[in-house]
Structure formats: structure tokens, C-alpha cells
Design a protein around this ligand. Structure first.
Ligand code: MTE
Length: 332
């Protein structure tokens, strides 16, 4: 584990008075019900019922395995937005992690099922030095950075999250990609005990995601091990998740156990499940509507008025050149 030093740094401006927090939770719960009933969710397939029996709730963000109250040793990183951070409470209680249930508050409630130690990640495929590596050894060589990024879900809500992590490119380089490595595939843990949502075939488990190699090597793409200065809570994808802020949130795969470099494009869960709704690239694009709802605007969690969505979620300067020549109006 990375060093544990300073206490968590949560600016006082982010601390939400309890009454406001409770009202917001009510609002979010209502919004989730609307999403589940009327809109049939964002990343969702047809079946919106909770996949997991109600088990005793743990406090939002709380679970013993991840020891999330531990602070991480990190430095400020590049590309930070100065927009107000989403509150810790919202970021850890309004989640999409279908392996822990399909309602927004299921992942926090079921987070305690997931054990994040011991944990190992297989790096395989088109690399000169394949292997399985323990999470501590995977993280240790990397200097952790804070990356304050916008997160835009395809369901038209967004957050601003101070992640703690390191560039994905730095990890891939350690395993020496071959010249045939054109894509990177990621897989989440499969374990019906720890991820009880996998008892139902909401998706074809494991959850899979992928990037083109040049996307994976872009400095914006990180692997997160923490957020808000603390160890990542299970519901947010502990112990290791992808963060690619110019893409819709479903690309940011959680609780990764396999990273496979490939010559051909990998299958990705949402694209396999509903190809006419979710593309491989999934770059945030206000001009290309999802078949069931507009992508022109978004609701920042914690705010009431919708705001316009930005192309590439505001990261066009860093990534637009990766897609030169592609038709921006097509659903990728
Ligand atoms: N990763 C896994 N393994 N399973 C999931 O259901 N949901 C995705 C993504 N990563 C998901 C996942 C979706 S749809 C979104 S919007 C983000 O996680 C949500 O991340 P958050 O809960 O930390 O906000």
C-alpha cells in the first residue's frame, strides 16, 4: 500500500450540512427511481430491479476491507479543473457498479461483500513481460498524483472528482508492449460471493472495457487507487479502476483484475449488450444523442439547473486529435 501520512484533505467548502445532505439523498433516490422506472436507466439493460438482496447498510463510503479512512501520499497532478468538487457523500453513495446492484445506492450498501486484499492483476497478451502482480507491487513504483476530473455519465449526470492515481501509460510501459499491441482490454473480478450482482445476468460478466493503444497512452488516462485523498471505496472501484475523463463513465471500469494487450479490438460489455446504444469509443459528445435521451445537457450532481455538455467532456485540447477523420456525428 502507498504510504499513509497526512489526514484526508477535504476542503471545508465541500462539507455538506447534514440536513442538506439528507434532502439531497432523498432527491437522488427519487431521481434514481425515475431513472429506473421511466427512462430505464442509462447504462442499463432491460431489467432494472436491484440485483442484490438488501443487506445491512454500511455508512456511505464505509467498509472495513478498503480501510478508506487511510490517507494517501500524493502530489497535485496536471489537467485539474477548478470547478467545485462533488461532495464525498454524493460521490460514494450515488454509484453505478452493477456487480453490487443496479440501484444507485446498492453499491455503497453492498460494498462490504468485496475484499480488496489480497488482490492481483494479470497483465497479459501482447507484452514482452507478461505476469500476475500483487496490487501493492503494481502501485509501489508509481508516484501518486491528484487528478481533479469531470466525470460525465451517459445517463446525463456528472460529477467533479479529485482522483488519486497514476498514468495508465506508465504501468503499460513496465510490461513492454509489443509492436502488435493496438488495443488494451480490461476485466473486472468475477466472483458471485463478493460481487453478488453477478448472480444475475444483467450483463455478460465479467464487465469488460477497452481502449485503443493511443488512447491508453494519453496522459489524461489514469488508473485510480484513491479519491478525495483517501483509499478508493469499494463502491467506486477499489482497489484499481480506470479513469478516462473524455469518455462516458461506463468506460471507467472498476475493480480491475486483468489488463490484456491485443492486436484486435476487445469486446466491451455495453457495446456487446446493446450495440445500437453504446459504442466502443464512447467519447462525450453533446451533438450525438443517445437513442433514448439527449446528450446536449447534463445535471451536475448537487445542482438543480442543467448545464451544457462539452465535447470530449471539456478535454478536446488533449484528445480531439486522436479522432481526426472520424465522423463526429456517428455513434462510436
Ligand atoms: N465498472 C464495473 N465493473 N461495473 C459497472 O457497473 N459502471 C460504469 C463505470 N464502471 C460500472 C463500472 C458506469 S455506467 C459509470 S457511470 C461509472 O463506473 C460510475 O462510477 P462511480 O460510481 O464511481 O461514479
Amino acid at each position: 500500500m502507498p504510504n499513509r501520512i497526512a489526514p484526508p484533505r477535504i476542503p471545508s467548502g465541500e462539507i455538506t450540512p447534514e440536513a442538506v445532505f439528507l434532502r439531497r439523498r432523498e432527491f437522488l433516490r427519487g431521481a434514481a427511481i425515475v431513472a429506473g422506472g421511466a427512462l430505464v436507466g442509462g447504462c442499463m439493460g432491460e431489467d432494472t430491479a436491484s440485483a442484490v438482496d438488501a443487506t445491512p447498510a454500511v455508512a456511505a463510503g464505509g467498509n472495513s476491507d478498503s480501510d478508506i479512512d487511510s490517507a494517501l501520499d500524493y502530489r497535485p497532478g496536471p489537467f485539474a479543473t477548478d470547478e467545485e468538487h462533488t461532495s464525498w457523500e454524493d460521490a460514494t453513495s450515488y454509484n453505478n457498479f452493477y456487480e453490487l446492484g443496479t440501484d444507485k445506492d446498492d453499491p455503497a450498501r453492498n460494498a462490504h461483500h468485496l475484499r480488496t486484499r489480497p488482490w492481483s492483476v494479470a497483465i497479459e497478451g501482447e507484452v514482452a513481460k507478461p505476469g500476475r502482480i500483487g496490487i501493492e507491487d503494481l502501485i509501489r513504483p508509481h508516484a501518486l498524483e491528484e487528478r481533479v476530473y469531470r466525470l460525465r455519465c451517459v445517463e446525463a449526470w456528472s460529477m467533479v472528482i479529485p482522483w488519486v492515481g497514476f498514468p495508465l501509460s506508465d504501468l503499460l510501459k513496465r510490461f513492454d508492449p509489443t509492436s502488435r499491441a493496438k488495443y488494451v482490454e480490461f476485466e473486472t473480478l468475477v466472483d458471485r460471493e463478493q460481487l453478488p450482482g453477478q448472480r444475475r445476468r444483467v450483463l455478460d460478466w465479467p464487465y469488460r472495457e477497452g481502449l485503443r493503444m493511443d488512447e491508453a497512452m494519453n496522459p489524461l488516462a489514469i488508473l485510480a487507487v484513491g479519491m478525495y485523498g483517501k483509499v478508493l471505496p469499494n463502491q467506486n472501484g477499489a482497489p484499481l479502476r480506470l479513469v478516462v475523463p473524455w469518455k462516458y463513465g461506463f468506460k471507467s471500469i472498476k475493480s480491475i483484475v486483468t489488463i490484456r494487450l491485443r492486436e484486435d479490438p476487445p469486446p466491451t460489455s455495453w457495446n456487446v449488450s446493446t450495440p445500437d446504444e453504446y459504442g466502443f469509443f464512447a467519447n462525450v459528445n453533446p451533438d450525438v444523442d443517445h437513442p433514448r435521451w439527449s446528450q446536449a445537457r447534463e445535471r451536475r450532481i448537487g445542482e438543480f439547473r442543467k448545464r451544457p455538455t462539452l465535447p470530449f467532456n471539456g478535454y478536446g485540447e488533449q484528445v480531439a486529435s486522436l479522432y481526426a477523420g472520424m465522423d463526429p456525428r456517428k455513434l462510436y
